[in-house]
Design a binder for this molecule. Structure first.
Ligand code: MV4
Length: 480
């Protein structure tokens, strides 16, 4: 593989191209009219404009991207995350055009894109799943029967949904019929597929996911877990590796389960197997994400492995160069997603110009970033500006370094999730490790940040007053 096109933008496009460059592979960027003057375009050896700003007219145009790749004699396409990364038709089309898709085969993407097909596929592999059914259901009477067997609360899920879309909690039998009707009609209009199924609702779970990597020779490795419970509206904000609650035994069991999920669908490349962990430390397979994830850096920090490098190696037909026994966890890593959103105003997007933009630097600090001072944060795409990652020998060290790095990260012109990060990393529930997916709902409100700010302002005012009075004494001294 001599030349790779990265079908993405922002920090992930840069992240992928940096590894390609390190491996002596040349890079092609694609960009929309809104991204003409961005770091990912400047970093690439070649760059092609593929259309107007909206992603439906640029980053989602698979045919146009393939055409550009052919014209520039590209060997492989890396899709990053989002956009076309989990589009089975695109992966298939790339391969049909004699290009290498740096990711799994379209069949694996298709299977895991449907929750019901995923359950069906992994069924024979002895992987724990939440009590529930594994086929679509429309008959309300039958659903009531099943729900009574499982026990309330019940969760209705859309087969085609993902990242929490199309889910409904049902607390009691009387609500099942109306909630099912709504779930089916919602799923039909949102995904063009009204299939829904039922699961026991796990009330206070942690979200733990396992990174896997598979080659084309049937070898599958796991790279331990990431804990991603701190999220709002199904959008992760803080991730860490390892989790502070897994025992070595549970870690190994979940790792083995994850590799079985990958084997069940003949997986190739980097993937993530999502699990729920309940309050009694039982784990359940939820779904598999068939791409490189946003939060992959925390895994790279604790394993010392460049996951993009491995993706490229297995894509060009090499066998995985390491074995499971070569992989160990060293230290602890945290990631804060820096979004151009206002944590004091319900996390509404806060796009605008980055009037001041200075990154924190230092040992143990990594920033995966796609922006520069003076740039605008465009309204057209996901408002994530960067990912702030810290690494320490211990979790405490990583947390302290994170708090310092947040302080040193200078952003003016847009509101960001940096103050939210400070709130999380200072919070007793986070520091003790005693939290679940309800952290934001349970502990966060903008008033709390405001209270904290006000408290700090009062202290600052008192120090200033004290200093003023001290200064006056000094000034008076000579006259006494
Ligand atoms: C669940 C659940 C509780 N019980 N399934 C949300 C995203 C999607 N991947 C699956 N999700 C959930 N499935 C059962 N049977 C709770 C969630 C869930 C969640 C999962 C991971 C991270 C954050 C979450 C926030 C709310 C709900």
């Amino acid at each position: 593989m001599k030349k790779i096109l990265v079908a993405n933008r922002g920090e992930i496009a840069l992240r992928v191209m940096k590894t390609a460059k390190k491996m002596g592979i040349s890079t092609v960027a694609v960009f929309s009219e809104a991204d003409r003057n961005t770091p990912h375009v400047r970093f690439a050896d070649e760059a092609v404009c593929i259309g107007k700003a909206p992603s439906s007219q640029s980053y989602l145009l698979g045919d146009k991207i393939i055409k550009a790749a052919k014209e520039l004699n590209v060997d492989g396409i890396h899709p990053g995350y989002g956009f076309l990364s989990e589009n089975a038709d695109f992966a298939e089309s790339v391969e049909k055009n004699d290009l290498i898709f740096i990711g799994p085969k379209s069949n694996a993407i298709r299977i895991m894109g449907s929750k019901l097909m995923a359950k069906e596929t992994v069924k024979a592999y002895d992987i724990p799943m939440v009590p529930g059914i594994d086929e679509a259901i429309t008959d309300v009477a039958k659903a009531q029967e099943i729900a009574n067997e499982i026990g309330y609360p019940i969760l209705i899920k859309a087969s085609a949904g993902g990242g929490g879309k199309g889910m409904r909690i049902v607390e009691k039998e009387q609500d099942l019929e109306s909630q099912m009707e709504r779930a089916i009609s919602e799923a039909t209009s949102a995904f063009g597929d009204g299939s829904v199924f039922l699961e026991k609702y796990v009330t206070s779970p942690r979200h733990i996911e396992i990174q896997v990597m598979a080659d084309t020779y049937g070898n599958v490795l796991h790279f331990f877990e990431r804990e991603c419970s701190i999220q709002r509206r199904h959008q992760k904000v803080v991730e860490e590796a390892p989790s502070s609650v897994l025992t070595p035994k549970l870690r190994e069991e979940m790792g083995i389960a994850a590799t079985k999920v990958a084997k069940a669908c003949d997986y190739v490349g980097a993937g993530t197997v999502e699990f729920l962990l309940d309050a009694d430390m039982n784990f359940y397979f939820l779904e598999m994400n068939t791409r490189l994830q946003v939060e992959h850096p925390v895994t790279e920090m604790i394993t010392g492995i460049d996951l993009v490098e491995l993706q490229i190696k297995v894509a060009r037909g090499e066998e995985l160069p390491i074995e499971q026994k070569d992989l160990n966890i060293h230290g602890h890593a945290l990631e804060l997603r820096v979004y151009a959103e206002d944590p004091l105003n319900d996390f509404l997007p806060s796009v605008g110009n980055l009037e001041t933009y200075q990154l924190p630097v230092g040992e143990g600090i990594r920033v995966d970033n796609g922006f520069e001072e003076g740039m605008d944060v465009p309204i057209y795409y996901d408002p994530m500006i960067s990912k702030l990652i810290t690494y320490g020998k211990t979790r405490e060290e990583a947390i302290e370094l994170m708090l310092e790095a947040i302080d040193d990260y200078q952003i003016k012109g847009v509101q960001t999730t940096l103050p939210f990060g400070t709130y999380v990393f200072e919070h007793e529930a986070f520091r003790s490790g005693n939290f679940d997916t309800h952290f934001v709902k349970n502990y966060y409100s903008s008033e709390r940040i405001n209270e904290k700010n006000e408290g700090e302002a009062k202290i600052a005012a008192m120090i200033a007053l004290h200093q003023y009075l001290e200064d006056k004494k000094i000034v008076k001294l000579p006259t006494n």
